[in-house]
Design a protein around this ligand. Structure first.
Ligand code: AMP
Length: 197
């Protein structure tokens, strides 16, 4: 199964993707995690991305498209994957369709987690507090000002991706304001009967 999890920062994409990985045996592909790993490894791409990410802006389409194209061409991606944080622009969504079509494949479903904007900031403040209390590093881009830029990027560049998938008929909206378990159940219900070859 090939899935995309859409939704604003703080909507719970990472949490739900981890559950889908566990239940359905899919590969979890988070472009944010991949970019942070590249930054930590000090690669040229990673270091350039690090500065952009620290400002809460989007990394260029060409960079993330290449990362995803390489990753989904690896043998372990054949078992299926859940994309978390990609695509974030309509151009990325078009590139994804094209790279899958070149392999004779397509997406099975796109799940959009819908969450109120006010709730998002609360969740991010909590995520930062929990990390601090646990002695873990706090993501720089969870700082309230940077988070504001991330939300603005979401509204301007990523929200149109929902309309793109609505047009192609693959979008399924799930209320992301409920408990983690209920959201997981709603995603599973939305996925029933969505598998392509
Ligand atoms: P995330 O972990 O998904 O919240 O992503 C953290 C940051 O990584 C974003 O704010 C962007 O700067 C960058 N990023 C992750 N995925 C993408 C993408 N698909 N397109 C552009 N930038 C991305």
């Amino acid at each position: 199964m090939r899935l995309v999890l859409l939704g604003p920062p703080g909507a719970g994409k990472g949490t739900q993707a981890a559950r889908l990985v566990e239940k359905l045996g899919l590969l979890h592909l988070s472009t944010g995690d991949m970019l942070r790993a590249a930054a930590a490894a000090g690669t040229q791409t990673g270091l350039a991305a690090k500065e952009i990410m620290a400002r809460g802006e989007l990394v260029p389409d060409s960079v993330v498209v290449r990362i995803i194209e390489d990753r989904i061409s690896e043998p372990d991606a054949r078992k299926g994957f859940v994309l978390d944080g990609f695509p974030r622009t309509v151009a990325q969504a078009e590139s994804l369709d094209a790279m899958l079509a070149a392999k004779g494949r397509k997406l099975d479903a796109v799940i959009e987690l819908e969450v109120d904007a006010a709730r998002l900031s609360d969740r991010i403040v909590k995520r930062a507090e929990q990390a601090r209390r646990a002695g873990l590093p706090v993501r720089k881009d969870d700082d309230p000002t940077v988070f504001g830029t991330r939300l603005a990027a979401y509204r301007a560049q990523t929200a149109p991706v929902s309309a793109y998938y609505r047009r192609t008929g693959s979008l399924k909206a799930v209320d992301g304001m409920q408990s983690i378990d209920i959201v997981t159940g709603a995603i599973e219900a939305a996925l029933r009967g969505c598998v392509h070859a």
